[in-house]
Structure formats: C-alpha cells, structure tokens
Design a binder for this molecule. Structure first.
Ligand code: CDP
Ligand code: CDP
Length: 213
C-alpha cells in the first residue's frame, strides 16, 4: 500500500497535540513526526554556543530522541530560533518529504496546516486554556524531577504563546480549513476519539481497526 495522506496537527504548548498525534498515527498505521523536536534540537545547540542557522542546516535526526530536549530552557530557546526565517527554511524540506511519504504521516507543530502542508488531507488545531496547559506541563516536569513552580511554567507557556503567534514568519494560527479541538475539559481518550472522527470523515476507507481498504 502506498497511500499518501497527511494529517496536520497544530496548537500551542501542552494542548495535547503530541499525545493525540502519537495515538492517531498508531491507530492508522501512519508515521509520526513531532516537528517541535526539530526546533528544540536547534535551540539546544544554540544554548551550547552554536549559531542557530548552522545548527538547523546540519541537524541529524538521531538527535531528536534525546530527553534533554524536553526542558523549559530548551523550549524557550526553541521558540527563539523558530522566529528566524533561515532556520525555518532549513527545516522545511525534511518536514515536507516526511509528510508525503508513502503509507501516511501525522505531523504536529505550529505551522503544519498553514505553511508546511497546506495541502494536508486533514487538519486539526488543538487548544486548551493556558492555565490547564501550564498545569499539565508542570505535572510532567515536576514528575521528571525538574525544580519548577506552576507559576513559572504558566509564565513560560504564555511567553511562548505570544512569541509563537506574533512572529512575522509562519506564526502559530489555525488554517482556515482546520477543525479546532479544545481539550480543556476532555480526557485523553475523548480527545483522541474526537480527532480520529475528524480524520476518518476525510478518509472514508479507514476502519476503526486500523485497516485501510
Ligand atoms: O504536544 P503538546 O505539547 O501539545 O502536549 P502533550 O505533550 O501531548 O500533552 C501535555 C500533557 O497533557 C501530557 O502529560 C498529556 O498526558 C496531558 N493531556 C491531558 O491531560 N489531557 C488531554 N486531553 C491531552 C493531554
Ligand atoms: O511540546 P510543546 O508544544 O511545548 O513545544 P514543541 O512543539 O516542542 O515546540 C517548541 C517550540 O518550537 C515552539 O514553542 C515553537 O516556537 C517552535 N515550533 C515552531 O515554531 N514550529 C513548529 N512546527 C513546531 C515548533
């Protein structure tokens, strides 16, 4: 089977887009790319002293698994380098090739439905209130042993929301044809089922057991 079907899932920090993307990809048998990790890897290299455009051009996909990318300082650095047009440009071809790979792909980020894959067959924009998102991220970071407070995480989330939605190039915003899912009051299972229903409506051949026909 060499189906090409792209699911674009955008939204702000800790809205649940990664959790939904992983589950949807597993259910459909599609590949998944967390594009935030690309920017986080470049941000981490900047914190180590490397020039961000150079870092983006020489990025090695094996860096993307690293646990050190999932910290607050790296997230802030990611959102700084993500405002640089040359950094975004250097990461575009890799994302577009991933999106059109045979067998289907789910990409999550900020600009997948608007810039990377405006032709995506299904587009979702996942949101939740800033307080809810900060509480989720706080729980994750404190469980991993990071010394953070709920207030500092909320401040970080708000700063990143503002930087990501106000930047000149590829700002975070829903594509005109994206379906919005507010996960503030949804369980993880409800959010996944809502997303799958939207995607399945655009792909009638898909069955709940993951078999494509
Ligand atoms: O990828 P993104 O930053 O948008 O968020 P995530 O990593 O998928 O989710 C952030 C946290 O919120 C995770 O710990 C999820 O388990 C949790 N979550 C939740 O509590 N309720 C949801 N409906 C979705 C995610
Ligand atoms: O998981 P979370 O939503 O907290 O962050 P992430 O998806 O790992 O993204 C980290 C940062 O990378 C974001 O705050 C954005 O500045 C940037 N990013 C972007 O500009 N475009 C994307 N497609 C994905 C991430």
């Amino acid at each position: 089977m060499s189906e090409r079907f792209t699911v674009a899932i955008d939204g702000p920090a800790a809205s649940g887009k990664g959790t939904i993307s992983r589950a949807v990809a597993a259910r459909l048998g599609f590949a998944h790319l967390d594009t935030g990790l690309l920017y986080r890897a470049v941000g981490a290299r900047m914190l180590e002293g490397q020039e961000p455009v150079e870092a983006a051009r020489s990025l090695d996909p094996s860096e993307l698994d690293e646990e050190r990318l999932r910290t607050g300082p790296v997230a802030q650095a990611a959102s700084q380098v993500a405002a640089l047009p040359e950094v975004r440009q250097a990461l575009t071809d890799f994302q577009r090739a991933f999106a059109r790979r045979a067998g289907g792909a789910v990409l999550d980020g900020r600009d997948i439905g608007t810039v990377i894959c405006p032709e995506a067959e299904a587009k979702l924009f996942v949101t939740a209130s800033p307080e809810c998102r900060a509480e989720r991220r706080y729980k994750e970071l404190s469980a991993k042993g990071y010394d953070v407070t709920e207030d500092s995480v909320l401040e970080d989330v708000r700063a990143r929301d503002a930087r990501d939605s106000e930047r000149a190039v590829a700002p975070m915003r829903p594509a005109e044809d994206a379906v919005e899912i507010d996960t503030t009051t949804l369980s993880i299972e409800e959010a996944i089922e809502t997303a799958l229903a939207v995607i399945e409506a655009r792909r009638p051949a898909v069955r709940g057991d993951g078999a494509a026909q």
